[in-house]
Design a protein around this ligand. Sequence first.
Ligand code: IPM
Ligand code: MG
Length: 378
Amino acid sequence: MEYMKSFEKIIAEQLVRVEKMKTADEFVDFEKLDKIVVGVIDGDGIGPIILTEARRVLNELLKAEIEAGKIELRTIEGLTLENRIAKNETVPADVLAAIKSCHVLLKGPTTTPSKADNLPNIESANVTLRRELDLFANVRPVSIPEKNLDWIFYRENTEGEYVLGSRGVDINEDISVDFKVTTTAGTKRIARAAFEYAKANGNKNVSIVTKANIMKKTDGKFLDLCYQVAKEYPDIKTDDWYVDIMAANLVNEQIRSNFNVFILPNLYGDIITDEAAQIQGGVGTAGSANVGGKYAMFEAIHGSAPRMVTDGIAPYANPSSILKAAEMLLRHIGFVAKADSLSAAVDFSQSSKNMTGDASGDTATDFADCVISKLKEA
Ligand code: IPM
Ligand code: MG
């Protein structure tokens, strides 16, 4: 039976992955590097538009560091839908090599080809990159100070339902099977990242989100291990919720400001973070960090918005999300003061520009101009 062989192969690969995780990379100490290489990837759709603006902003903000050779902004070409389809590779080998020559990445949205669009059903570039670079923590902050909301989501980013990407198995015409995998090392490292953040930020509350009542093996393990890690942080208040009621909690004004740090398996994290970003003002407003031991990739939480391109309104795309991602990148490499000034300039531009996403409002360039003039004032 062909599918038994596929299943065997999948399990064998997972066993290898688990062993690799046990000897994972140490976190990079950016202070010790002579030069930090920031790879900038345009992506598809509105990607080149918002990344052009992000590059302009970073060139201004980091002018001195770039001139001194402390930072290099390196454009990585070729992570486009056309090139990926032409090569029939999610992330073409030469592009992956170029990416691996950088320390951190600022990445525009990449379109995932879909069967429905009559394109080859290759895997999402995001999922491939997260796996190839072992970016296990997807960190997504959402905050609305005037509503007292201060959330940060620690989404497991390499396993769960995403572990195989698009390599599930069609058993026959009638049955298709995907896989969900939870590992001890994979769960402990995301839990630890979340608790460390909570501890470093005044022992914020931590909430574990699963569906362990139904997914007893995978989510059951995730929940148990998160509580196990919680024991190392006795000063932190930890609770757990099922994902369905957590989706409701986020729109429940009576209780939602009690939540701070969330730990979620991959797919629930994907869904809940879009909901949270929408509460903050839309998926265009949130930034997203994908952090591993060796590499880290920062991206907008939204997609490539191909419809904005076909409707001719791509120049009106809001660059806030990618600029927030850039802010997270700066924090990650230890440029905290720069990150703070970028954050202030983006907040100011959000309140003074009118980003409607169409010709009735301001363009991405108008927005970046505003950010840059604010940065120059500072
Ligand atoms: C996200 C996106 C991705 C995901 C897609 C583009 C593969 O929705 O980063 O949340 O599902 O993780
Ligand atoms: Mg998503």
